[in-house]
Write a protein that binds this ligand. Structure first.
Ligand code: 13P
Ligand code: ZN
Length: 287
């Protein structure tokens, strides 16, 4: 094959570059958003996901020297300079991601200044990343300090978790304790508990900073009367955390208005946590 001709080289590069629409990380975003929509966690444009990608893997699909446009983020993410994320777009509906990922998702890299996002793919209609990028990237920074394996931050509006916000005290010890009581596996799945923030204005750096502060301690953070944030090493872990909280909240909502005659006792939760060897918030139990 001739390589001394520009057209051939171009053709050859195209052949070598894999099709982004077949990338596993794009598929994971499509599948997860569809699942979350199906579960009723993401009405309209509700919810957002950010997923940190491996640069080498992305380079198999995209020319990383080609920046489509730059978008200011409005906050400092110096600790994430050079890191690449696939992120849902602002105002985009989770139900539409599956059929049109290039419009509803974007792949961004945090630029050298720490305050600019370089768009490498997506947001095809000229739009940009979620309005909750501060909460996402600040949470990534907080979680990476606790666990260098953390890759995913997920936000959504699960129905029962949200309903529970209106009838249960928004106190993280009491809120966590009630959830732990609702399903035997809760204390094993989220032994670190659930952080709780009061109602705050969303889409701001302030709520981002408050979320990240909670993320130093918790992988789950409830935004009072709004929704929930989860963080984890992969999509399954993060989804599973929120799914387990939502299941517990559902049991709570199905039973809260009826007399309770049985419960999982604090001593039993302790036995569970010890048997499964998880480091749990003992101060959230009343022993
Ligand atoms: P975005 O459409 O900007 O992602 O916002 C949705 C949302 O859930 C706000 O909290
Ligand atoms: Zn929201």
């Amino acid at each position: 094959m001739l390589y001394n001709n520009e057209k051939t080289i171009f053709t050859e590069r195209r052949i070598l570059m894999k099709d982004i629409f077949t990338a596993p990380f794009v598929k994971e975003m499509q599948d997860t958003t569809a699942n979350m929509y199906r579960l009723g966690w993401d009405e309209r444009n509700g919810g957002n996901i950010s997923y940190m990608l491996d640069e080498k893997e992305v380079a198999e699909y995209l020319d990383l020297t080609k920046v489509i446009r730059t978008i200011p983020t409005g906050f400092d993410a110096t600790a994430l300079i050079g890191k690449i994320f696939i992120v849902t777009g602002t105002g985009k509906y989770f139900k539409n991601v599956k059929d049109d990922p290039e419009t509803n998702l974007g792949i961004i890299r945090i630029a050298e200044d720490g305050t600019t996002a370089e768009l490498l793919w997506g947001y095809k209609d000229g739009s940009k990343f979620t309005s909750e990028l501060p909460a996402h990237l600040m949470s990534h920074m907080a979680r990476l300090k606790v666990n260098p394996e953390n890759r995913v931050v997920m936000h959504c509006h699960p129905t029962n978790t949200l309903a529970m916000n209106y009838i249960h005290e928004l106190d993280e010890k009491k809120f966590t304790h009630t959830l732990w009581e609702m399903c035997t596996e809760c204390i094993v799945v989220f032994p670190d508990g659930v952080g709780v923030l009061p109602w705050m204005l969303c889409g701001t750096n302030e709520i981002g900073e408050a979320t990240a502060k909670k993320m130093e301690e918790f992988r789950l953070v409830v935004w009072g009367m709004h929704g929930i944030y989860g963080a984890g090493k992969d999509m399954d872990e993060t989804f599973g955390l929120i799914e387990t909280v939502e299941k517990a909240a559902q049991i709570y909502m199905l039973t809260a208005h009826m007399p309770r005659i049985n419960t999982i006792k604090d001593e039993e939760m302790k036995v569970l946590a010890e048997f499964f060897g998880v480091k749990y918030r003992a101060d959230f139990l009343n022993l």
